[in-house]
Design a binder for this molecule. Structure first.
Ligand code: B12
Length: 223
């Protein structure tokens, strides 16, 4: 399949998510798999553009919550197809490290976190995605039992970003912080916020999140 054909498909992906067409988004995700498209690119330059634009329309007051929910559902139906495929491409080789991903307590936004997890899986990491609205104590328990190299926490609300700090404080209290790299993300987070709460890094998108993890683990190679 040639580049211009792929461009057409990615444009359809953007529109399917923007217009909240769940079945169409799923169909296009399957098409991407069947035709051997670069799935990271399909995500980044297709579906992701759609959810970003839906978010912008919502913030401008042109989309209401039900429309946003439809866009989010369409995005998730595409992710449900792409995520296992990305896992397959990473399969076989020794994992480059173990990562826990979660959206913090009180926060149900899980699209960004899932995309970051999927990209890290595709880059060869063993990702344990604990889901959204994960209680602080459950996160600490997971760190204790899985001993990950990296913990990634997503928060999309100004009211829940504080939980990123609370989890770090809890990990310190439980003496689980040494040796663990902690990365944070989500709309209200920033480099400054990461520094303030003693996280090891911040990224505002999934591709840079992979670079960040590589850097923190001393594996600088580009994807
Ligand atoms: C889609 C969406 C929803 C969907 C969520 C569906 C789902 N399953 O996730 C629905 C409709 C359910 C929803 C609900 C709500 N939402 Co909402 N939502 C959004 C919206 C428009 C887009 C979020 C999104 O998915 N973006 C696309 C993804 C791909 O981007 P992302 O999440 O930023 O992730 C990228 C990066 O941030 C980064 N990243 C993300 N996580 C991580 C983690 C790590 C470790 C790293 C390194 C990087 C990283 O990489 C990702 C990929 O590139 C945002 C607007 C915005 N500006 O973010 C509002 C927004 C976050 N929501 C908002 C609000 C207020 C709510 C509600 C409270 C609304 C309500 N009145 O009920 C509820 C929340 C309930 C709750 N307790 O959580 C506000 C938050 C305001 C604030 N400052 O606190 C926002 C900013 C909209 C606004 N301007 O008002 N929402």
């Amino acid at each position: 399949m040639d580049r211009s054909n792929n461009r057409d498909i990615m444009e359809k992906m953007r529109i399917a998510v923007l217009e909240g067409e769940e079945a169409e988004a799923e169909r296009l995700a399957r098409l991407a798999v069947e035709t051997g498209m670069d799935l990271a690119e399909a995500m980044d330059e297709g579906f992701l553009l759609g959810i970003r634009q839906a978010g912008e329309l919502y913030e401008a007051g042109d989309y209401y919550l039900p429309e946003l929910v439809c866009s989010a559902d369409a995005m998730k139906s595409a992710l449900a197809v792409l995520d296992p495929e990305l896992k397959k491409t990473a399969g076989g080789a020794e994992p480059k490290g173990r990562i826990i991903m979660a959206t913090v307590q009180g926060d149900i936004h899980d699209i960004g976190k899932t995309i970051v997890g999927a990209m890290l899986t595709a880059a060869g990491y063993e990702v344990h995605d604990l889901g959204a609205d994960v209680a602080n104590e459950s996160l600490v328990d997971a760190v204790r039992s899985l001993s990950p190299d990296v913990l990634g926490m997503s928060a999309l609300l100004t009211s829940t970003m504080e939980e990123q700090k609370n989890v770090i404080d809890l990990l310190e209290k439980e003496k689980l912080r040494p040796g663990l790299k902690i990365i944070v993300g989500g709309a209200p987070a920033s480099h400054e916020w990461a520094r303030r709460i003693s996280a090891d890094g911040y990224s505002d998108n999934a591709l840079n999140a992979v670079r960040l993890v590589r850097e923190l683990m001393g594996q600088e190679r580009r994807i």
